[in-house]
Design a binder for this molecule. Structure first.
Ligand SMILES: Cc1cc2nc3c(=O)[nH]c(=O)nc-3n(C[C@H](O)[C@H](O)[C@H](O)COP(=O)(O)OP(=O)(O)OC[C@H]3O[C@@H](n4cnc5c(N)ncnc54)[C@H](O)[C@@H]3O)c2cc1C
Length: 841
């Protein structure tokens, strides 16, 4: 081997399919002086033994786009490199045996259609034509992705390697990265057993070694692999006969309701189940000499799936098992990979945690190269951003969550599903009080938050639980409470909690409600340069007067929305920034990386220091007045202002803002005083009918106000103009990030327009986001980004991004919800109280 280079623009660590794709895309985009380092042979980690399936199916908008790119790119890569990547474009078929599964597919059809992924809907008879060895008893129907199939992972990786080398990149095999250090000038020193390299950027693509690599730079990478098995059978005469006749391969078959996939393999069949009880592995990373490693097969764990496979495809049981592959598959707590910047480190990137890495490698490498070279990705990556997890995701948490994510690959991805493992983890002080009041909790960023409140003694009738005894993925409800009651059934449609959420909303609207929003991400920005710095990065003007509150967006250079902050100057030169709880690590990392390093600005993350109780509704002034001497009258305490006030025996920064569109105050208080505050507010509110309310009520009320959210209507894919943020963008204030792009975009005109739609004829399924929107002649012109039933307006509503020209009020469109077309009419922004009279009351 020639001497190793001592300098490179970027060093990619790991020569699996993901690392090599990253190198390829960096080199293709012009960074030919990039280097890849692999400790053994390329593909010798998880890549070589992958089943090679390329499932386009994914409910995530980010992952869906990544998979779509990969499948199309792999088809071109063979031509570009002259190498055969072994792409068998046999299609991918998913069976449905339950009504809920069908709803899931019909919901997914919207994701696919709006992403431009072709999808066929098959009857059982059409399925039988394509897959004659499949019994169709009990099958309601199927969906088919005609564009996908499977690929030879090792051949794909070698083609990517050739492509990368053709573009000038270098690959070092049998070279191990042993340490990584950031030098004072910001460059990275990558130490290997064959010499050291300095680089501007380092990209970790180390598969099952992810945590070990992360530890080299002090990162807690939320990846631990899980064992995954597939079985390959001996050839079957019926398949050999089909081949002899020149009949096409039967396609990849997925029996989602029994949690397995199957495809032809060398005249036999390959069966891959996702079992319950598959354990995490490589807790301390594979050993130093590990390569091409497999574990012993565990047939017992596979048996329930094998039995259902033999019923569905009897041929599978008619031939012997040739080999069981049991290998490590990297997992994260939510099953999606982590692709993007490492929190807290400049120019260190992660492309890890891939459980469908062969499928995702192309798109992941493509977007990461955009991000590294241009500073931003071009598609919304929030669903895969490494910073969607925080420091709470430690080893024990990961073990519980990753095993859960694996076991749930094929369970129904209900929009209201809340998974149970590793909970409760982070609780606010009033958790117990909320629980006693009937709170049904959801989890965000590790925090428990009340989603809604079940009445005393309430339970879902037993007949509504479970999907049928003969399906393995039979799970359609939250786990029982301590007293054994099950209070929530999940659904794609309005479910049992619908009317209770409605009651919460009515109470907030007519009287008052109290909600725990302590999970909000909070940051204090202070120091002599704080105002000027915030002014220079945020699109809105900072409030000039202390005590005023502004909603401020941090944009990308292209003018899309990256983060949203409520900004309030709570002390002279001290700014309090509040953003979504789910994005704490993201938002704080983004701020820290932008902050000046000359000491003029200090950033103090204070999420854990302050709790937030939201008091909202027309009686909230009456309630709060009982607890404070501060005047709450409009003239003294107008909408969009804040003050530190004494409340009962506690103190709080009361911010006159909320996300529900009613009179109210958010009480940001020292978290250790939360229960005192909670008890006093509840007691003061008793005579006014104060009751608690949850996130589901808040979300439905926010839709009625047309409030935009990241990553729905606000995303890096839409400019601030397209998301109709005009009133929060001040072009005349001077430079800020994204300003130039917004000026140019204004001249050019938008590609999208944000609209609010009233959906007609809805009886039991409101839009949720991702539904396709058409003209009355059936032309696709947009996608819903959110939706809910508005209990105050009595209307089923959707928020959507549509092509310009379809955004005028009164425009009649169609929306497809769970397969059914409904009329959807563009209405004015904020169908509830467009004048904000309640907020200003
Ligand atoms: C049984 C099974 C079936 C599967 N089937 C499919 C499928 O059908 N479709 C699909 O999309 N996915 C499938 N997968 C998942 C797929 O295998 C992985 O997602 C994918 O291979 C991950 O690729 P990677 O490049 O991230 O990791 P790897 O292939 O594991 O590559 C990581 C590389 O990093 C190297 N490395 C680590 N540390 C260092 C260091 N310090 N210095 C130098 N090099 C280092 C390792 O040697 C390794 O080669 C399957 C997995 C299993 C177990």
């Amino acid at each position: 081997m020639a001497d190793m280079k001592t300098q490179a623009r970027a060093v990619v660590i790991g020569g699996g399919v993901v690392g090599v794709s990253t190198l390829y895309h960096l080199a293709r985009k012009g960074w030919s002086d990039s280097v890849l380092i692999e400790r053994k042979e390329l593909t010798s980690g998880s890549t070589w033994h992958a089943a090679g399936l390329l499932p386009l199916f994914n409910m995530s908008y980010s992952v869906g786009q990544i998979h779509k790119y990969s499948v199309r790119f792999y088809k071109e890569l063979g031509e570009e490199t002259g190498m055969n990547v072994g792409f068998s474009n046999v299609s991918n078929i998913r069976l449905a045996r339950t009504k809920d599964r069908w709803d899931e597919y019909m919901y997914y059809a919207g994701v696919a259609e709006t992403l431009g992924i072709p999808l066929n809907i098959l009857t059982p008879e059409q399925l039988k034509d394509i897959w004659p060895l499949c019994e169709t008893d009990g099958i309601l129907g199927a969906i088919q992705h005609p564009e996908d199939g499977y690929i030879q992972p090792a051949d794909l990786t070698q083609a990517l390697a050739k492509g990368a080398r053709d573009h000038g990149a270098t690959i070092y095999r049998h070279t191990t990265v042993t340490a990584i250090e950031q030098m004072p000038d910001g460059l990275w020193l990558v130490k290997t057993d064959k010499g050291d390299i300095t680089a501007e950027h380092v990209i970790s693509c180390t598969g099952n070694f992810a945590r070990k690599t992360g530890a080299m730079v002090g990162l807690n990478v939320p990846v631990i692999p899980v064992e995954h098995q597939y079985i390959v059978t001996e050839p079957h005469p019926a398949i050999l006969a089909r081949k002899a006749k020149g009949l096409p391969e039967m396609g990849v078959l997925r029996e989602s309701d029994s949690s397995w996939y199957m495809r032809e393999e060398n005249g036999g069949l390959l069966l891959g189940p996702y079992e319950h009880g598959a354990p995490c592995c490589y807790m301390d990373a594979p050993s130093d000499d590990s390569e091409y490693e497999l574990f012993d097969g565990d047939l017992d764990r596979l048996m329930p799936h094998i039995e259902t496979a033999m019923v569905r495809v009897p041929a599978f049981g008619e031939v012997g098992v040739k080999k069981i592959y049991n290998g490590a598959i990297a997992y994260t707590p939510d099953g999606s990979p982590i692709i993007g910047p490492a929190p807290g480190l400049k120019n260190f990137w992660l492309n890890e945690g891939h459980s469908f890495g062969v499928t995702a490698a192309g798109g992941a490498g493509w977007q990461l190269a955009e991000w590294i070279i241009d500073g931003e990705p071009t598609i919304d990556m929030m669903g895969v951003d490494p910073r969607r997890f925080g420091p709470y995701a430690t080893e024990g948490y990961l073990k519980a969550k990753n095993e859960e994510a694996y076991a749930n690959v094929f369970t129904m991805h209900y929009p209201d599903e809340e998974r149970a493992a590793a909970r409760p983890l982070k609780t606010t002080p009033c958790y117990g009080r909320m629980k006693a009041l009937g709170a049904v909790f959801g989890s965000v960023y590790g925090w428990e938050r009340p989603n809604w409140f079940a009445p005393p003694g309430y339970e879902v009738p037993a007949g509504e639980l479970g999907l049928g005894a003969d399906v393995l993925t039979n799970h359609n409800h939250a786990p029982p409470l301590e007293d054994g009651r099950i209070v929530e059934r999940w659904s794609f449609r309005r479910s049992n909690y619908f009317e209770h959420v409605g009651n919460e909303i009515r109470n907030v609207h007519e009287r008052a409600g109290l909600m725990d929003m302590s999970a909000f991400a909070k940051m204090e920005v202070s120091g002599p340069g704080a105002r000027a710095w915030l002014h220079s990065i945020l699109a809105n003007s900072l409030p000039k007067k202390r005590g005023r509150i502004a909603l401020c967006h941090l944009l990308t250079k292209a003018g899309g929305v990256k983060s949203e902050f409520t900004v309030y100057e709570w002390g002279p030169g001290r700014f309090y920034l509040v953003s979504a709880g789910a994005y704490e690590a993201h938002d704080h990392d983004v701020l820290m990386k932008l902050a000046p390093t000359d000491g003029s600005v200090q950033l103090s993350p204070i999420t854990q220091t302050y709790g937030v109780l939201v008091l909202a509704g027309p009686r909230s002034r009456d309630i709060l007045t009982k607890l404070t001497r501060t005047s709450l009258e409009n003239k003294d305490f107008p909408w969009l202002s804040g003050k530190q006030i004494s409340v009962g025996t506690t103190t709080a920064h009361a911010l006159r803002v909320n996300f529900v569109g009613e009179l109210g105050w958010e009480l940001h208080h020292p978290i250790e005083q939360q229960n005192a505050l909670f008890d006093q507010v509840m007691e003061a509110g008793a005579e006014f009918g104060l009751t608690p309310f949850g996130i589901r009520a808040m979300t439905a009320m926010a839709v009625e106000k047309s409030y935009r959210l990241i990553p729905r209507e606000l995303s890096i894919e839409y400019t601030a103009w397209e998301s109709a943020l005009d009133r929060f963008v001040k072009l005349d204030k001077g430079e800020f990030i994204g300003r130039d792009a917004l000026v140019a975009a204004k001249a050019k005109g938008p590609n999208w327009s944000f609209v609010t739609l009233e959906v007609h004829g809805v009886s039991d399924a409101d839009a949720r986001g991702n539904e396709a929107i058409y003209t009355p002649n059936g032309d696709l012109v947009g996608r819903a980004t959110h939706g809910a039933f508005g209990f105050r307006t009595g209307k089923s509503l959707a928020l959507a991004m549509v092509k310009p020209g379809y955004s005028a009020e009164g425009t009649e469109l169609d929306i497809r919800i769970l397969g059914k077309i409904h009329k959807a009419v563009v209405v004015g922004e904020s169908p509830f109280d467009p004048e904000n009279a309640a907020l200003r009351a």
